[in-house]
Design a protein around this ligand. Structure first.
Ligand SMILES: NC(=O)c1ccc[n+]([C@@H]2O[C@H](COP(=O)([O-])OP(=O)(O)OC[C@H]3O[C@@H](n4cnc5c(N)ncnc54)[C@H](OP(=O)(O)O)[C@@H]3O)[C@@H](O)[C@H]2O)c1
Length: 185
């Protein structure tokens, strides 16, 4: 199965200056639970923003720079089309997760079977990376899981904020294949 996992704000914001926008423990726990044991594909910027290999998972980092290496040991791929084909094939047997950022989500829109989405009912003051909303119009999706928690935000991407309780929705969307893969629009 090929899936995406993302945490978005009210306007689909996902990051600012190569950092996440919030630190929501329940979201981090869900991310770990869903992705553990899987092969994860991420952009070079997301990888650098995490700053380390995610343990217990195979980390694949996309970079156009074929000489990109790190002192850690993630697999590096530079050919997007080849990576997509490889991921589709592998996903028949294993779970492959697309974990961002925007450039990598965008490249995989047409291929994922599932989206694990966390929606934070908060708009950060600034953002420069967004989740590609075109995914929702392009295909038909069925929501199979939806629950809400309230989380206390004490900081955003600018630093400490007046503590604020925000609703956070966790959902799973599965792409309906009855459409035979035809696009909705
Ligand atoms: N909220 C969330 O769920 C979430 C999840 C993930 C990331 N984020 C945030 O998103 C932001 C980063 O996202 P981003 O869109 O700026 O960067 P990104 O997608 O993480 O990485 C972009 C990089 O990926 C490589 N790349 C992109 N397209 C490629 C292609 N066709 N072939 C080969 N390599 C390719 C390039 O690396 P080179 O420049 O080395 O060529 C490019 O600069 C950060 O703020 C991060 O914290 C948020």
């Amino acid at each position: 199965m090929l899936y995406m996992i993302a945490c978005v704000g009210k306007k689909n914001e996902i990051g600012y200056k190569n950092k996440l926008l919030w630190n929501i423990p329940e979201d981090m726990e869900r991310f770990k639970r869903i992705t553990m044991g899987d092969t994860l594909i991420m952009g070079r910027k997301t990888y650098e923003s995490i700053g380390r290999e995610l343990p217990g998972r195979t980390n694949i980092v996309m970079s156009r720079n074929i000489e990109y290496i790190t002192h850690m040991s993630p697999i590096h791929m530079s050919d997007m089309q080849a990576t997509i084909l490889w991921a589709i094939k592998q996903s028949k047997l294993y779970n492959i997760g697309i974990i961002g950022g925007s450039e990598i989500y965008e490249a995989f829109i047409d291929y994922v079977d599932k989206v694990y989405l966390t929606e934070v009912h908060h708009s950060p003051k600034t953002a420069d990376s967004y989740f590609p909303v075109s995914i929702w119009n392009r295909y038909v999706w069925e929501q199979s899981e939806n629950y809400r928690i309230t989380s206390r935000l004490t900081q955003d991407n600018k630093g400490k904020i007046e503590p604020e309780d925000v609703n956070v929705d966790f959902s799973t969307y599965t792409r309906k294949r009855e459409d035979n893969g035809f696009k909705k629009v």
